[in-house]
Design a protein around this ligand. Structure first.
Ligand SMILES: Cc1cc2nc3c(=O)[nH]c(=O)nc-3n(C[C@H](O)[C@H](O)[C@H](O)COP(=O)(O)OP(=O)(O)OC[C@H]3O[C@@H](n4cnc5c(N)ncnc54)[C@H](O)[C@@H]3O)c2cc1C
Length: 360
């Protein structure tokens, strides 16, 4: 059986290792034209320490990739403990790719004819599967910045939803040696540049800032449930059946509230390897493992819906709180209910108005 994995990002690279452990040697196609200065897809590089358990299975050690711990993080003024780090994601992807049979170009229809199974690990492009049943993607803009304190206070990690009119947030992720990823992403809103300029201006009395590069890109926040089908069976030109199977962000394994997709892409790849070629088991395991993503997506739909002016319901606040707990972020419940990211704008009454205005 001939297997191709299209996309050697986190999901595709990791899946290739897991399949090799099962005695399957896939061909891996990677187009690698992200137009970024690091050469990889735009990403904040934040991940929880639980990522290590997945890397162990590929013979990799999380500690080799840790850049900076984010032991405490500022959430709109509320400081909470987290198990998050920034990872040297380019190095991790390079190590995942090493030893694989990588074909460095965009996968073509002609090449597809050679394979019995083709895995769509192409992330946001979802290049091979039919469109998602109900897609939703979140645009972003990010800078890599050197931030030097003018006084003694070092800039800590943070997430600021209050700075965004509507649903979204600004992130400040330290990468070590005074470098940071500072970016913004949000739904139904397109003034990232402006918002980030203001953010930099607000920081400038206390910090000197040097920007090195910028990148932009969308994150699929549709959730797996709304990113079906996961599998498509078709006939090749020679009449033989061929299966296209999605993995990682191509099938929406990203937290809709936070855009966090590294650990979930790894987990999705593991589910696919464990249920290899059993499409029903794969689909039902992905749907049940990530059922919370469906609920988060439904909250986003609700908050974005026309005529919705009342702000988050109890269940939406509970989902934000659960999201933080799932990520190991120790926010006190009442505070979290009031202040989780941009939700506070609805709680304080003017968020929907601002979102509506930003559409005009
Ligand atoms: C600005 C931004 C910030 C983010 N920050 C974080 C964060 O801090 N933490 C976190 O956990 N997640 C973050 N994410 C999400 C995370 O980056 C992704 O969810 C995760 O990388 C998905 O992994 P993947 O392997 O499924 O897809 P990808 O990493 O996108 O990999 C897909 C690969 O497929 C290749 N490809 C695409 N089409 C083809 C083709 N036709 N032929 C050959 N190759 C192809 C691409 O070149 C790419 O290498 C962020 C995303 C963005 C946009």
């Amino acid at each position: 059986m001939k297997v191709a994995i299209v996309g050697a990002g986190i999901a595709g690279g990791y899946l290739a290792h897991l399949l090799e452990q099962k005695g399957i040697t896939p061909d891996v196609y990677e187009q690698s034209d992200h137009g970024t200065s690091c050469g990889y897809r735009s990403c904040g590089w934040g991940a929880p320490d639980a990522t290590g358990t997945f890397l162990d299975r590929a013979g990799l050690n999380l500690h080799d990739y840790l850049l900076e711990p984010m032991v405490t993080m500022n959430f709109d003024g509320l400081v909470a403990k987290t198990p998050l780090y920034t990872l040297d994601k380019p190095r991790l992807i390079r190590d995942l790719r090493s030893g694989l049979r990588i074909i460095q170009h965009r996968f073509t229809d002609q090449e597809a004819e050679e394979y019995d199974v083709v895995v769509d690990a192409t992330g946001i492009s979802r290049a091979l599967l039919p469109p998602c049943s109900s897609d939703l993607s979140l645009p972003t803009l990010q800078y890599r910045v050197t931030v030097k304190p003018r006084g003694s206070r070092v800039l800590g990690p943070g997430v600021y939803g209050n700075q965004i009119p509507g649903l979204g947030y600004i992130w400040v992720f330290p990468l070590g040696r005074n470098q940071y990823h500072i970016g913004a992403g949000g739904l139904a809103f397109d003034r990232y540049g402006e918002i980030l300029e203001q953010f930099f201006e607000d920081l400038s009395p206390s910090y000197s800032l040097t920007r090195h590069c910028s990148c932009s890109g969308d994150v699929r926040v549709a959730s797996p449930f709304y990113s079906q089908p996961f599998v498509n069976t078709r006939k090749r030109n020679d009449g033989m059946p061929q299966q296209i199977i999605g993995v990682g962000e191509s099938i929406g394994t990203v937290s809709p509230f936070t855009g966090e997709g590294i650990i979930y892409s790894l987990e999705c790849a593991k589910i696919l390897a464990d249920s290899w070629l059993n499409e029903k088991t794969y689909a039902s395991r992905v749907l049940s493992r990530f059922v919370w993503m469906k609920k988060e997506r439904e909250t986003l739909d609700y908050l974005l819906s026309d005529g919705q002016v009342n702000g988050p319901r109890l269940r939406d606040r509970w989902r934000f709180y659960r999201n933080a707990r799932r990520s190991g972020i120790r926010l006190p419940m009442l505070q979290a209910f009031r202040r989780m990211g941009s939700l506070s704008q609805w709680i304080e009454g003017d968020g929907h108005q601002q979102l509506t205005n930003s559409h005009k």
